[in-house]
Design a binder for this molecule. Structure first.
Ligand SMILES: Nc1ncnc2c1ncn2[C@@H]1O[C@H](COP(=O)(O)OP(=O)(O)OP(=O)(O)O)[C@@H](O)[C@H]1O
Ligand SMILES: [Mg+2]
Length: 280
């Protein structure tokens, strides 16, 4: 269901989760909400959204998740089509119909602005239809790479969010942002919509996460080491995993189990080879 796995141990982010939960509650009550989640790479933007939405998969809501990337940035409406699952082969006639309309405009989409504008209208109309039929959640992940037409759809939906039964979410890396993305963000801020900025995990959160990975709280040497991750959960996980791999390579007898259980491997490393850890 979700494009990324939930971490085995989730730490905190309660304030940020509360903002997303408020959006979920608004949708539950039949209203709309737009939430923008930003922060540096690996800080936990996508994971936060997955964590917040985890309880919604049983509700029968229409949930879509599109991931933008640098390659599709040049393909008009690509990430929005992904998010809305607009495909000719879709079993949902509304989606298949929209895909047919877009295909008939495709030549225009690649050559002039008018056709692109009608593509935007097709997806706006489809979203209207979906929201009228069921509470709808749309996540555009890594919006900083969304093509301009998809950005325009996101912007238009955010502007009319009060009329839609829609929870509209974007995750976006903080810097550098291209001007079009900055405009969408600025317009959201002007309207007083929810902007969630993820900062580094606190020292206590880092200790919690390392404890969960190791099965035992980190002592001072390890705390100093994990401080290198500067509260970034992705770097923290990579750091702890690489220390565990180091342990697995250095100890062939325990290597097999350590490679499969990095936490256990590193815990052993802490007990047996503190000097090596300090060098790591
Ligand atoms: N609060 C958290 N508790 C535990 N693990 C977390 C937490 N937040 C993020 N992580 C872990 O950190 C890693 C990076 O998270 P994620 O992919 O969500 O970052 P991101 O900000 O979306 O990165 P990118 O900008 O590259 O898309 C993942 O392995 C995730 O499981
Ligand atoms: Mg992400």
């Amino acid at each position: 269901m979700w494009p990324i796995d939930r971490p085995p141990k989730w730490v905190d982010r309660s304030r940020e989760l509360a903002t997303l939960h408020a959006g979920i509650e608004a949708l539950r009550q039949g209203g709309g909400a737009a939430v923008w989640v930003e922060g540096e790479p690996g800080i936990g933007k996508s994971s936060l959204v997955v964590e917040a939405l985890a309880g919604t998969s049983e509700l029968g809501w229409d949930i879509g998740w599109g991931i933008a990337d640098q390659l599709t940035e040049r393909l008009p409406l690509s990430v929005m089509q992904d998010c809305l699952q607009v495909r000719l082969s879709s079993p949902d006639p509304r989606r298949a119909h929209a895909a047919g309309l877009l295909r008939s405009q495709r030549l225009g989409l690649f050559t002039n602005g008018d056709a692109s504008a009608s593509g935007v209208e097709v997806l706006m109309a489809l979203t209207d239809e979906l929201c009228a039929a069921a509470p709808t959640v749309m996540v555009i992940d890594d919006l900083q790479w969304a093509d301009d037409a998809s950005l325009l759809v996101w912007h238009q939906l955010a502007a009319s969010i009060d009329q839609l039964r829609l929870l509209l979410i974007a995750t976006c890396r903080s810097d550098p942002r291209r001007p079009e993305v900055q405009q969408v963000r600025a317009s959201l801020a002007r309207r007083g919509r929810a902007l969630v900025t993820l900062g580094p995990l606190t020292e206590a959160d880092v200790a919690d996460l390392v404890t969960a990975m190791l099965g035992t709280p980190p002592e001072d040497t390890l705390r100093q080491l994990t401080a290198q991750a500067a509260g970034n959960p992705l770097y923290l996980r990579e750091l702890v995993d690489s220390l565990a791999r180091e342990r697995a390579q250095a100890s062939p007898i325990g290597g097999v189990s350590a490679a499969h259980e990095p936490a256990a491997g590193l815990a052993g490393c802490r007990a047996e080879r503190p000097a090596q850890l300090r060098l790591g």
